[in-house]
Design a protein. Structure first.
Length: 486
């Protein structure tokens, strides 16, 4: 039996042919006798520096908008694919006028800020840090720059957390750091705040700190709705492992931290507080969703889109729960987190380009294979370009400059198929654990915390009761939770 070397990180260039080929740009894969460790530039620091570099490249990509396109007609920011909500909402949501989110009523169609409370606080703090002098254009530019700096800090937190969640696989975080869609969408909106809190929560869970995990999930949910789905993932995993105390601790921590953030606004400015929830409920089908694709192709307005989206989400989540309880080995936490968030995205009424950020850190932990990751990223870049060129087409009048409706529908289809493809390979890894690269060294669930190596107490299939030994893979027999056998 080969001893697992817990102190040495797994090197992707020795396991992943795409990573090995890509390493040729920096001198090729690391040699067998290379001395590892002992240098200040460790894997986590490298990942952070790469992530910050990609974030900076994304800021450069927004330069045409920063200089003029945000302020000189809608079409230019679409043809240059550099749109951002941040400078526009500085004025449209009252930050430029010093209005207090949720408490002060806004002029125009949107009566109150339509973001969760913690994101609203983030936006407000950025407005406090924005210089007050100069023209309105200058103030909008400075507001975007301040937010970019704060969001860059969030990106660094995500990079650190993803790199440290799987102790022996820090280099997998390069999938996040080098993701093209990360660079392109990082400063469109404020999603990186919730993603950073979610990544920190997953790191805490991997270290067995269940209460802190719950507190961070509650804070993340106060910034964006989707992180609450992690509690559903935890529920079915703890059900299979019989770890109800851990789930209860996490759920109570999440509820407490969410209430601490939301309760003051809920009591003092109820109409403003509930705007996010009523807006989400009343919002019609919108860009990027499967429902928009169906509606445009069929000519049916799908007035019951809320019912359809909710029903499909519940159906997909039920399927993931059934998969969890029938899989031959309990799925890894990161695998299920990716599948549940992907299901939420696929069934949602809208798919904004920055929503891809929700999935990138989870994908790096769930399926750390460069080929599959890059296939998916390619489809997301296609969608990123597709939506802006489609908006350019719809706002260009008789010029018809951009992508017509049929082309945009192909971009939506590319996004849907790319996400479904990555979901399919994750499901395959769950059903065939010997194909899971994270478990190849005999690990059970490096991000599983108290679930890592735990015995199952409730399963629904004979396959899950079978001896915990995978089929031969690359000349080895893997017994889960133990080292590979030659």
């Amino acid at each position: 039996m080969t001893k697992v070397q817990e102190d040495r990180p797994v090197l992707p260039t020795r396991q992943d042919e795409v990573a090995a080929a890509g390493s040729e740009f920096i001198g090729g894969p690391i040699g067998r006798y290379a001395r590892l460790g002992g240098h200040w530039l460790n894997p986590v620091r490298v990942v952070v520096l790469v992530a910050l570099g990609m974030f900076a490249l994304g800021m450069v990509q927004k330069l045409p908008c920063y200089d003029w396109a945000w302020f000189r007609g809608a079409g230019s920011q679409y043809t240059h694919a550099c749109y951002s909500d941040i400078p526009h909402l500085f004025v449209a949501r009252g930050f430029a006028d010093g209005l207090t989110p949720y408490f002060d009523r806004l002029p125009g169609d949107m009566e109150y800020l339509e973001y969760p409370v913690l994101t609203g606080l983030f936006m407000e703090v950025a407005s406090w840090l924005t210089p007050g002098g100069g023209s309105m254009q200058h103030r909008e530019q400075m507001y975007w720059m301040v937010n970019a700096g704060m969001l860059m800090s969030c990106a660094a937190v995500i990079a650190v957390c993803v790199a440290r969640t799987h102790r022996r696989r820090p280099w997998d975080a390069l999938l996040f750091a080098l993701a093209p869609a990360f660079a392109l969408t990082a400063t469109i909106n404020w999603d990186l705040l919730a993603i950073a809190l979610t990544a920190a929560a997953m790191l805490m869970w991997s270290r067995g700190r269940t209460l802190l995990f719950g507190v961070l999930v509650g804070l993340a949910t106060a910034a964006k709705l989707y992180p609450v789905l992690l509690l559903g993932v935890l529920f079915v995993l703890c059900w299979r492992a019989g770890r109800w105390r851990a789930f209860g601790t996490a759920a109570l921590g999440a509820a407490a931290s969410w209430l601490v953030v939301n309760l003051p606004v809920m009591l003092l400015a109820r109409d403003g507080w509930k705007k996010f929830y009523t807006f989400s409920q009343e919002r019609p089908i919108d860009f990027g969703s499967v429902w928009l694709l169906i509606s445009q192709r069929s000519g049916n307005p799908l007035n019951d889109a809320n019912t359809y989206a909710t029903g499909l989400t519940l159906l997909l989540c039920a399927g993931i729960g059934l998969l969890t309880l029938t899989a031959p080995r309990r799925p890894r936490f990161a695998q299920l987190a990716f599948l549940v968030v992907a299901a939420f995205i696929l069934a949602n009424k809208v798919y904004s380009p920055q929503y891809v950020l929700w999935l990138i850190p989870l994908a790096a932990l769930a399926r750390p294979r460069w080929r599959d990751f890059l296939i998916w990223q390619t489809t997301e870049v296609v969608y990123f370009l597709g939506i802006w060129f489609y908006l350019a087409y719809t706002t260009s009048g008789d010029k018809h400059q951009g992508l017509p409706t049929e082309g945009y529908q192909l971009a939506i289809a590319a996004h849907l198929l790319g996400t479904l493809y990555l979901c399919a390979v994750v499901v395959r890894d769950i059903l065939m654990p010997e194909r899971d690269v994270v478990r190849r060294d005999g690990s059970d669930d490096p991000s599983g915390g108290v679930l890592d190596g735990a015995e199952d107490v409730f399963v629904l299939s004979d396959a899950a009761r079978a001896p915990q030994e995978a089929a031969p893979s690359e000349g080895q027999r893997v017994i889960w939770g133990k080292a590979p056998v030659d």
